[in-house]
Every structure is written in structure tokens, then in C-alpha cells.
Design a protein around this ligand. Structure first.
Ligand SMILES: Cc1ncc(COP(=O)(O)O)c(C=O)c1O
Length: 399
């Protein structure tokens, strides 16, 4: 699409932005479905669960009680207090409601934090492979996006020497996401400690995207916020889309030092004014989680992960490390002897299995595919059969 009209120009920052690969695959998959082909959708990062009943009830009550007015720009006090309490309970973080700002979606919280803290000309470090919006929005702000690699031979943990070597006097911010989309890597405690030490030494902001913090298959979540010197320089991004299966409700939040929250609040006032009051009130109920819905959902993801990863590893040419969190399988397809884009295309067109070629998550993703574990086990089993059938027609290159 051209970004210029005959006489009036679109602002140049828009040309710096990129989209998300999943949507292009999704629209082709939908086209095939309309033509009568059976498709198993493993391309979008959207849970196939819905919010727990009490959350839906709380929304109904809030709407019927007229809680549909403009409300506090940084979020209703009840939700901000509930978020601070929730982070204490689930992540042992010592934060106050003054340090919380609610936004319509994690992405909005992320972009507000980036707008508040990044200057044109800054360098911003981000994970490759990683969520494509980090480099896109960085460039949109006139800053330079500097990738650091998450490599398979390192179990997709970052290489601290590489990050250290890439820090310059222009480096303003380090962004990371643990568990990481798309690899599912949970950063080791020792890695977090070293990242924190680098951030303190070079006086960096740290943007810790913790949207998958609850979708963890072992251990307790460690946030970099809790490490010495980090509470003053960390912005936590989290929300309701993944942990509470509330993607379309558009509700996320940021946690940061009060001056950062105040700056973000001014951006809210200048843009969307507030998140909807009734979704915020229902979100208080989600955090209470009276039916233990999160636990049940994570257990279901664990079973899907075990089934799908083991099944993929039995198919010649496919190789997948067990993810420790999130709900994605990040699969190396180098040994098929085909480019990942071609593998993705054949799986979709011939097998009816939709996944995303890894380059959508950065240059390091070029030999990989991402599948979301967002379908019931029966469908995942069927997907494995289809992948195996398509793969049978390739001569897998032995290592
Ligand atoms: C790492 C990461 N951050 C943020 C988001 C966006 O979350 P939301 O839907 O709440 O805007 C996603 C969604 O896929 C994600 O994977």
C-alpha cells in the first residue's frame, strides 16, 4: 500500500511501522475455509477459552448499574488496588496502586510507556525472535531498534555478552518478554540478575512485558522489578488478554514509578481518555479468580504442550524444545531442507494447518515456525497427523 496520496502526505512515522505476520496467514486460511478446505488454526495467539462466569456476571452487573461513564484516566481505584494486591499475591511484588495505570490492552500500555520514555535517536534493545511490535513502534518513535538474539543452542536465553556489547551511550531502553513470545522461554534468575546489573550500570529503562507471567509450566514467576535498583527503572506491562482469556475486552496495565505513571496518564488524557469502566470492574473479579480458572487453563495448556511438542519431535525434519511458559511451539524446520516460508505454505495449502513462518518475529526466526496451542487436544492430534502426512513427501536432510 502506498503511504502517499497525490497531494497530501501521510506522516513519515507510519512508514516505519510494520504489522503482525499472523493476520496475513489468518486471512489466507479463512479464504481456504470459504473454498471448503478444513483448516486447523494455530496461527493466532488468541486463547480458545472465554472469561470465567463470575467475570461475565460482573460485567453484566456493572453495565446494568450504569457504570458506563467516563472514569479516571489512569484506571478506576478499585482495579488499580486489585492489581497491586494481585501482583503481591502472585509475583511477590511490592507495588502500590499509585504505581499502576490501566489501558485498553497490553499493547496500549506498551506504546504509552514507549512514548513516555523513548526519544528520537535513542537505541532500544529488543529480543529477536520477539513480539514484532517492539521494533516496529520503536522505529515509529524515531528511535533505532537494536535486536539481541535468543538462540536455540542457548535454550533461547539471551547472551549477556552480546547485549553488553550492543549497549552504547545512545541506549535508552531494554525490552524483553518472559515467558517470551514466540519461544516460550522463561528467563533464568541468573539472566535477570545480569540484565538488572547492566541496566543499573548503564542507567537504562527496562520494559518487562509480563503478559504470559501466569502461563508458566513450573516454578514461581520472577520479575526483574524485584531485583535491587530495578523498581525505579522498570515498567511492567501485563493485562487480561492471555491469563484471563479476555483478548477482545481490551484491558491491560503498566506498573512503574509514579513519575512514569504520571507521564503516561497525560498521554492517556490526550488520546483515549480512559478504558471502559464496566470492563475494569469485571477485571477486578477476574483477578479474584474465584473459580480458579487460571490454574485450570494453564493445566490444559501444559497437556497441549506435552502432546504437541512430543508429536512434532517425532516428525522427521521438525525439532522443538519444550517451552517453559506461554502457549506457543517454536519449531525448527531447517532439516526439512525447505525454507520455513515454504514449509508454512505447504502445511496450510496441502495440510490445512495454519502456523506462522518465524521471520515474522525477527531475522533469528528464519528457520522456524510458530504454532499457537490454542486448539483442543483432539485438533492438535489431527494437526500432527496432517503435518506428518505433508512431511512424508519431503526428504528430510539428516544432520
Ligand atoms: C508479548 C506480547 N505482548 C503484548 C501483546 C498484546 O496484548 P493485548 O492483546 O492485551 O494488547 C501480545 C499479544 O499477542 C504479546 O504476545
Amino acid at each position: 500500500m502506498s503511504l502517499t496520496t497525490p497531494s497530501r502526505k501521510i506522516a513519515t512515522r507510519v512508514a516505519q511501522l510494520t504489522g503482525e505476520g499472523a493476520l496475513a496467514v489468518y486471512s489466507r486460511a479463512k479464504e481456504l475455509e470459504r473454498a471448503g478446505k478444513s483448516i486447523i488454526h494455530l496461527e493466532l495467539g488468541e486463547p480458545d477459552f472465554h472469561p470465567a462466569k463470575p467475570v461475565v456476571e460482573a460485567l453484566r452487573t456493572a453495565v446494568s448499574e450504569g457504570r458506563d461513564r467516563y472514569c479516571a484516566t489512569r484506571g478506576v481505584p478499585a482495579l488499580r488496588e486489585a492489581i497491586a494486591e494481585y501482583l503481591k499475591r502472585t509475583r511477590r511484588l511490592d507495588v502500590t496502586s499509585e504505581q499502576v495505570l490501566v489501558a485498553p490492552g497490553c499493547k496500549m500500555a506498551l506504546s504509552l510507556a514507549m512514548m513516555a520514555l523513548i526519544e528520537p535517536g535513542d537505541d532500544v534493545l529488543y529480543p529477536d525472535p520477539g513480539f514484532p511490535i517492539y521494533p516496529s513502534f520503536t522505529r515509529g518513535l524515531g528511535a533505532k531498534a537494536v535486536p539481541f538474539a535468543l538462540r536455540e543452542e542457548n535454550q533461547f536465553q539471551p547472551d549477556l555478552a552480546e547485549i553488553s556489547a550492543k549497549i552504547t551511550s545512545k541506549t535508552r531502553m531494554l525490552i524483553f518478554n518472559s515467558p517470551n513470545n514466540p519461544t516460550g522461554t522463561v528467563f533464568d534468575r541468573s539472566v535477570l540478575e545480569k540484565l538488572a546489573a547492566l541496566a543499573v550500570r548503564h542507567d537504562l529503562w527496562v520494559l518487562s512485558d509480563e503478559i504470559y507471567a501466569r502461563i508458566l509450566f513450573g516454578g514461581e514467576y520472577q520479575s526483574i522489578w524485584a531485583l535491587p535498583g530495578m523498581a525505579e527503572r522498570t515498567v511492567i506491562i501485563d493485562g487480561f488478554s492471555k491469563s484471563f482469556a479476555m483478548t477482545g475486552w481490551r484491558l491491560g496495565y503498566a506498573v512503574a514509578a509514579k513519575p512514569v505513571i504520571d507521564a503516561m496518564d497525560l498521554l492517556v488524557l490526550n488520546t483515549f481518555t480512559c478504558a471502559a469502566e464496566f470492563t475494569q470492574l469485571a477485571a477486578v473479579e477476574a483477578l479474584r479468580d474465584a473459580t480458579h480458572a487460571v490454574e485450570a487453563m494453564v493445566e490444559e495448556y501444559r497437556q497441549r504442550r506435552d502432546l504437541f511438542v512430543a508429536g512434532l519431535n517425532r516428525i522427521p525434519g521438525f525439532r522443538c524444545q519444550q517451552p517453559d511458559g506461554a502457549f506457543y511451539a517454536w519449531v525448527n524446520v531447517e532439516d526439512t531442507g525447505l525454507p520455513a516460508e515454504e514449509v508454512a505454505r505447504l502445511l496450510l495449502e496441502e495440510g490445512g494447518v495454519a502456523g506462522i513462518a518465524g521471520a515474522a518475529f525477527g531475522a533469528e526466526g528464519k528457520n522456524y515456525l510458530r504454532f499457537s496451542l490454542v486448539s483442543a487436544p483432539k485438533l492438535l492430534e489431527e494437526a500432527l497427523k496432517r503435518v506428518a502426512a505433508v512431511a512424508a513427501s519431503w526428504a528430510a536432510v539428516s544432520k
